[in-house]
Design a protein around this ligand. Structure first.
Ligand code: RP5
Ligand code: MG
Ligand code: MG
Length: 284
């Protein structure tokens, strides 16, 4: 598999001065010995404050019983990786990024040591002209997907989010889509019912596009993103077309974007959309 790139970005997201130790491509895998490797140790203040979505501090002697159970379902928290069994750092005992070095140790902005599981809904439609005819490009129909603009860095991305403790992926997909693309957190109860009805319809049948490691800029040597990306197609445009898109929660913008190889998106979301275009038989 290709080396992670965004997970080695120089300045850590959400910070102005947290710099990763530079790791050249050939030194990314752990098996490649490095004469000098001094990753910056960093866990963001909001993570260290012990919010419910983050792992408690288990490094102090009185918290030894809070040590998570790695590589398995740990109570309501899934600490299994879709990448297979991950190793633990021989010195600190915390998980080691299965894709190799990132130049930063600790958790950064991520709440969980090891895998942090997310879900990404890919909602598509065919692009149509005013007469309802499918728009063609390079003799293939052009598809569109719903993208959100992420708060903070304004990058466009899939409207995905973290799977809550004990939550099933199908619920996380719907919840995050509702929150980020339809602003379900701020709609009236009546509107909510209406949204729910349409979403249940659309999210009934999905096709898995990707499951595994995400090349996310928040990743560290000890904490990383993984996702399940599911395609929901509204081929006739009569289900999603009823939705009024409205950015909410941690999204500051939302829109239909054309599936196109020139897309620039957050993390490695472009890889998921390339696969989506293939499955749809859409132009890319
Ligand atoms: C990415 O971060 C995932 O693919 C998903 O889109 C997203 C989840 O994190 P938040 O949107 O909750 O920040 O790695
Ligand atoms: Mg969210
Ligand atoms: Mg999100």
């Amino acid at each position: 598999s290709k080396h992670h790139v965004k997970a080695r970005c120089k300045i850590y997201p959400g910070s102005t001065n947290k710099e990763r130790f530079p790791v050249p491509d050939e030194n990314v895998p752990w098996r490649e010995k490095l004469r000098k490797y001094e990753p910056l140790e960093y866990t963001a203040p909001e993570v260290e404050q012990n919010p419910p979505w983050a792992d408690p501090d288990f490094t102090h002697a009185e918290n030894k019983d809070k040590m998570p159970k790695w590589n398995c379902l740990d109570g309501k928290i899934n600490r299994e990786s879709y990448d297979g069994h991950y190793d633990l750092d021989p010195e600190s005992g915390v998980p080691r990024n299965p894709r190799g070095r990132t130049g930063m140790a600790g958790r950064g902005l991520l709440g969980r040591w090891g895998p942090n599981h997310a879900a990404d809904p890919i909602v598509t439609r065919w692009k149509r002209d005013n007469c309802g005819k499918k728009v063609q490009k390079d003799s293939k129909p052009l598809a569109q997907f719903i993208a959100v603009q992420r708060r903070g860095n304004n990058e466009w991305a899939l409207p995905g989010g973290m799977v809550d403790a004990g939550e099933v992926i199908s619920a996380a997909l719907k919840r995050e889509f509702g929150e980020e693309a339809l602003n379900s957190l701020e709609t009236s109860p009546e509107e909510k019912d209406e949204i729910e009805k349409h979403m249940n319809e659309l999210f009934q049948r999905g096709t898995q596009i990707y499951r595994g490691y995400v090349d996310d800029p928040r990743n560290t040597d000890n904490a990383w993103m993984e996702t399940t990306a599911i395609l929901f197609r509204d081929d006739d445009g009569d289900s999603v077309a009823k939705f009024k898109l409205h950015a909410g929660d941690d999204a500051v913008g939302v829109q239909w974007l054309d599936l196109d190889s020139s897309l620039q998106l957050y993390a490695n979301h472009v890889d998921f959309l390339k696969k989506t275009a293939e499955i749809l038989g859409a132009s890319w």
